[in-house]
Write a protein that binds this ligand. Structure first.
Ligand code: ATP
Ligand code: MG
Length: 573
């Protein structure tokens, strides 16, 4: 491409709305333009990177034996009603009505559509397994679209779905996709980490997120410094606490006036916060109250608690609800006699092992000491719903857990029969028996990948593209287009590189070299070849990698070979 013919309107200043590095540089480097909240035009440079990401994903998916399809964006409401997601998905699902008053969803994901396709096409074990994928636009009416294409309302996704005869087969399909994602991340040049994840609204019980490591990421990753354990904060666990076996003391009701916090309570009783237990009251699925008891110095992980309670949704109870249901103001709840009030009682493992602990008295200004589980109260369930994080002990190896930030670029789920059951996607096995297919689903946020790569590869001057997904691999810059000999050489090199399959742009604009260099650094082409009059007269040309500070002088006859080799080498994993 000749720069003079290209649509590249770079910006000197960052638009005000841009908060993150990637968002700023994508706008300044003319990769995307905003059309509306969470809606963007992909400009020529941006679309080139996006297409390169798409191509890598497509190659790796095909290599893994998956087959590409293209499903409609419009999907009939009836399909979504079969799985009840027409209701469950809520406002994030974009809905439209046609001229005949038929309702449709603009696909945010395609489990329903693909399961419908497969149930119509497949009826025998002989046709399984199958892995079908597409690379297509998705719609999600995000509450807070932000960071440009990182969280937008319309974005490109690769979504794949596997169908197997049994669990073992589905696990194998899952494993293949997991390995494929590792290859994709490596080819894109990511520093990344697969982490155990909560399966959330999509369901199933095994899932991993592929996290691109970046300080600015929205997600927190908990990982072990010693072994390979890594999990999303929502899912992270730490070493199970050991049962205490101190002799049981008598239960005593203590007057604790003006005590509000765990720290105040512990100090008042001459104990450590970790020797007390706090009870937090929640409203489950909008109706029933549940009490969650956890050690005084730990925090509740609400995703884990929600899963432990088997709930769709939980929220903190309001002070009014607490007073009405327990008879005590907020801050005095405790497990003793709570179930008599019709409140379900969940105990976190950290609190379940405590002997002679301190709990609320379910009465204003009263607490109990010497509280023992089993003797003084009985629970409905014991589970792990404590937040695990930095400084905790790894459950796998005893090492110390740490935290880092990441951006979720992709997600692999083992779905089981969640969709095949509700949508009756069945097949006949060898014995002629009808069985539900066992499914998996696998997404990659293609648009987000582009932004995540920038978030990981940049400096104060702009983007530093990895070779594999750079909009152009090489920028040839004749410093002065009026210097004929140099220009002739640059044009020849440009043509030769193009013919050799190198993705090259030549900055043939008749402007100051300063502007050319600034633009080149801002857009972040991995390699630049500068033809300047003085060096050229000595038979030399400058070659500089964007990530390096310094340039090398190369013999002009060597340049073509050097560029071709470097580009090839940098794209190999
Ligand atoms: P998040 O937790 O970030 O909202 P998700 O769990 O909703 O993600 P999935 O349903 O697993 O995401 O979608 C697959 C992939 O699509 C994600 O890993 C992410 O890379 C991408 N993605 C999801 N939502 C958006 C969005 N609003 N804009 C851009 N990419 C997105
Ligand atoms: Mg989401």
């Amino acid at each position: 491409m000749l720069w003079s013919r290209a649509l590249i309107n770079t910006l000197r200043e960052s638009p005000k709305e841009a908060e993150t590095i990637a968002h700023k540089f994508m706008l300044r480097a003319a990769m995307i333009k905003k059309l509306g909240a969470g809606i963007y035009d992909w400009m020529p440079l941006g679309f080139k990177s996006l297409s390169k990401v798409t191509a890598i994903i497509r190659e790796e998916m095909n290599c893994a034996g998956a087959q590409e399809v293209l499903l409609p964006v419009l999907s009939p409401a009836e399909l979504w009603k079969e799985t009840n997601r027409w209701n469950v998905y809520g406002k994030e699902l974009m809905r439209i009505t046609d001229r005949h008053s038929n309702e449709f969803a603009l696909g945010p994901t395609h489990e329903e559509v693909i399961t419908d396709l497969v149930r119509r096409e497949i009826n025998s074990y002989k046709q399984l397994p199958q892995n079908l994928y597409q690379i297509q636009v998705k719609f999600r009416d995000e509450i807070r679209p932000r960071f440009g294409v990182m969280r937008s309302r319309e974005f490109m996704m690769k979504d794949a779905y596997s169908f197997d005869r049994d669990e073992a087969g589905a696990m194998e399909s899952y494993k293949i996709m997991f390995e494929t994602y590792v290859r994709i991340c490596k080819r894109i040049g990511f520093k990344f980490r697969p982490v155990e994840a909560d399966s959330g609204a999509i369901g199933g019980n095994l899932s991993s997120e592929f996290m691109v490591l970046a300080e600015t990421g929205e997600d927190t990753i908990v990982y072990c410094g010693k072994c390979d354990y890594a999990a999303n904060l929502e899912k992270a666990v730490s070493k199970k606490p050991e049962q205490q076996d101190t002799a049981e003391e008598p239960l005593v009701k203590v007057h604790t006036p003006n005590i509000r916090t765990v720290e105040e309570l512990a100090a008042f009783l001459g104990k450590k916060p970790g020797e007390t237990a706090k009870t937090i009251l929640y409203i489950v699925n909008g109706t029933k109250m549940a009490g969650a008891v956890i050690r005084g110095d730990r925090e509740i992980n609400e995703v884990k608690l929600k899963n432990a309670l088997g709930a769709n949704e939980i929220r903190l109870a309001t002070p009014e609800e607490i007073l009405e249901k327990t008879g005590a103001p907020v801050g005095f709840a405790g497990p003793i006699n709570l179930r008599d009030k019709g409140i379900r009682l969940a105990i976190d493992e950290t609190a379940a092992i405590l002997k002679n602990t301190v709990t609320g008295g379910n009465e204003l200004d009263y607490h109990y000491t010497g509280v023992n589980r089993g003797r003084d109260y009985q629970e409905n369930l014991v589970a792990d719903f404590a937040k695990a994080g930095k400084g905790d002990i790894c459950a796998k190896c005893g090492g110390t857990l740490n935290e880092q930030r990441g951006i979720e670029m992709g997600h692999v789920f083992y779905l089981g029969t969640k969709y095949s059951k509700s949508m009756k996607a069945t097949f006949l096995d060898e014995t002629g028996k009808s069985k539900e297919m066992v499914m998996g689903c696998y997404g990659i946020g293609v648009s987000r990948v582009v932004a995540a790569s920038i978030e990981q590869n940049n400096d104060e001057n702009g983007i530093i593209w990895p070779m594999a997904i750079a909009p152009y691999e090489v920028n040839v810059i004749p410093i002065n287009v009026k210097y004929e000999e140099g220009m002739k050489y640059a044009e020849g090199l440009y043509r030769q590189l193009k013919e050799a399959g190198i993705d090259v742009i030549m900055d043939d604009r008749d402007i100051s070299p300063g502007v050319k260099f600034k633009d080149s650094d801002l857009i972040g082409f991995p390699m630049r070849v500068v033809v300047g009059e003085k060096n050229f007269k000595d038979g030399k040309v400058e070659i500089k990698m964007r990530r390096d500070k310094d340039f090398n002088l190369a013999d002009k006859a060597e340049v073509f070979k050097m560029v071709v080799e470097t580009v090839k080498k940098e794209k190999t994993i």
